[in-house]
Design a protein around this ligand. Structure first.
Ligand SMILES: Nc1nc(=O)n([C@H]2C[C@H](O)[C@@H](COP(=O)(O)O)O2)cc1CO
Ligand SMILES: [Zn+2]
Length: 162
């Protein structure tokens, strides 16, 4: 008799995998971030990646990280993956949801996460942990009771032929 597969994706692999796949849509040459918001009963509610707002052309707005003129850097224009995922949701309330993201949320996204009622953040990379932005983010999420923990990598490699 044929048994059920045992090597299927875990929920965490599935949702972080979807977040990372979403990040592959990003045009940012330096950091691509992807996000997947999931209900308490493991249904995907929304996804997002970092990029410029609708109407702000990827070919006309700047992707530079630094420069004399802040208006010629990406930072004043890019919408983070987490905010995009929150704003992309059109189904009503995100109260009680979980958010998977490939990079720890900044302070501005933490505000949106808290205010939208998301209760748990599962992140992969935390490369900006030493910045005021991420420290403020953790302080706010701690105060608001939003739990956060790092994704445990399974190191499984997935190859998809498209
Ligand atoms: N949590 C995050 N989600 C994001 O979508 N981003 C975006 C903003 C920029 O487009 C890019 C960071 O660029 P860089 O400073 O590593 O070259 O990633 C950044 C963070 C970091 O807090
Ligand atoms: Zn952010």
């Amino acid at each position: 008799m044929s048994e059920k597969r045992t090597d299927y994706l875990s929920w965490d692999e599935y949702f972080m995998g979807v977040a990372m796949l979403s990040g592959m849509r990003s045009k940012d040459p330096n950091t691509q971030v992807g996000c997947c918001i999931v209900s308490q009963d493991n249904k995907i509610l929304s996804m997002g990646y970092n990029g410029f707002p609708i109407g702000c052309s990827d070919d006309e707005f700047p992707w530079a990280r630094d420069g004399e003129d802040p208006l010629e850097t990406k930072y004043v224009y890019s919408t983070h993956s987490e905010l995009n995922a929150i704003l992309n949701y059109s189904g009503g309330s995100l109260a009680g949801a979980k958010l998977y993201v490939s990079l720890f949320p900044c302070n501005e996204c933490a505000k949106a996460i808290i205010q939208s009622g998301i209760r748990e953040v599962i992140y992969d990379c935390d490369k900006y942990a030493d910045t005021p932005s991420v420290k403020a983010s953790k302080r706010m999420m701690d105060a608001a009771g939003v739990r956060y923990h790092q994704y445990h990598r399974s190191n499984r490699k997935i190859e998809i032929e498209l």
